[in-house]
Design a protein around this ligand. Structure first.
Ligand SMILES: N[C@@H](CC=O)C(=O)O
Length: 334
């Protein structure tokens, strides 16, 4: 399928482009960015551009929207402009997006393939309700993606309550998100909107599709988000109250969690690897950035605590979105 990457020069856009190099099903035809970048070669704009794309001439969004001529779009544009752009495109073309603009629409899934692949059924609802030929599938906020992969392994133990404190990497804020002065030698216990996203997106993702609607999971969840001086890799300390907290069984559930191994998706990697002391510098690239590392599992009163970490730009953004498209392709939605 011919694909376009929107927002191709930002951190998430660059990650999309890298992950799509040589992809067996999706061939990048168009790289789209701001008016400022339009007309320039991708290699002039992105110092570590993959060889294959160095000479691609970047198109402006306006130019692209006039005549998309692709089969599928990956969107890494900022949320502020994504709502209109995605709706315009989805009338004709499937859109897989990292932007939050449509995540909270009733008929739009927030998809994490290993957690809620059945939510893809919302595509049919969306197409019918909106009279679209295409559709929109979102991936979650990065820290939510990492958390929900780990929570999915705990589902059968009856999740009652989740408390989570995140330690999020600088790249989560984008190129111009934080000044070096603010983050160097520091921890900032505030990321605008992040705690709300973790709390609400997690309950939607782990929710149940019933009568064409998602019933949010009814566990109680509260988050504190912090920014730490790490380049890539979000680490999260998680405390979960469970109906049936059997720590040895839980360790096995983490180790054995591999729900899509039979689907033969090109990017799929075992989603969880257990390692006693997870650390971003050592473990963020596991499974080409799609594997999350869980460790420090211990029993606490009524549940367990553990640490989970994952690559925010891959598992938490572009990699998750590419996996979403692969799943949709494999299951016949594309
Ligand atoms: N909001 C996250 C980015 C992931 O989507 C962050 O600030 O780290």
């Amino acid at each position: 399928m011919k694909v376009a990457v929107l927002g191709a020069t930002g951190l998430v856009g660059r990650t999309f482009v890298k992950l799509l190099e040589g992809h067996p099903w999706f061939r990048v035809e168009k790289l789209v960015a701001s008016e400022r970048s339009a007309g320039k070669k991708y290699g002039e704009l992105v110092e570590d551009a993959p060889e294959e794309f160095k000479d691609y001439v970047v198109a402006s969004l306006t130019e692209f929207l006039e005549d998309p001529e692709v089969d599928l779009v990956f969107n890494a544009l900022p949320a502020s402009i994504s709502r209109d752009v995605e709706e315009k495109l989805a009338k004709e073309i499937p859109v897989f997006t990292n932007a939050r603009a449509h995540r909270y629409d009733e008929d739009v899934p927030i998809l994490v393939p290993e957690v809620n692949k059945e939510h893809l059924e919302l595509i049919k609802v969306q197409k019918e309700k909106r009279d679209w030929k295409g559709f929109i599938v979102t991936n979650p906020n990065c820290s939510t993606a990492i958390l929900t992969v780990s929570l999915a392994a705990l589902r059968s133990f009856g999740i009652k309550k989740v408390r989570v404190a995140t330690m999020q990497a600088i790249s989560g804020a984008g190129f111009s998100g934080l000044s070096a002065y603010a983050i160097h030698d520091n921890v900032i216990p505030f990321i605008s909107g992040e705690e709300w996203k973790i709390e609400n997106e997690s309950r939607k993702i782990l929710g149940t599709l019933r009568d064409d609607k998602i019933e949010f999971a009814d566990f109680d969840i509260s988050a504190i988000a912090t920014r730490v001086p790490v380049i890539h890799g979000h680490t999260e300390a998680v405390f979960v109250e469970l109906e049936n907290p059997d720590v040895e069984e839980i360790r096995r559930a983490f180790e054995e969690f591999d729900p899509l191994k039979d689907l033969d998706l090109p990017s799929y990697e075992k989603p969880i690897v257990y390692t006693e002391v997870p650390q971003p510098r050592l473990h963020r690239d596991r499974g080409k950035g799609l594997t999350v590392t869980v460790g420090r599992l211990e029993e606490i009163s009524g549940g367990v605590k553990y640490v989970v970490l994952g690559h925010n730009l891959v598992r938490g953004a572009a990699g998750g979105s590419v996996l979403n498209a692969e799943l949709a392709y494999r299951l016949g939605y594309l």
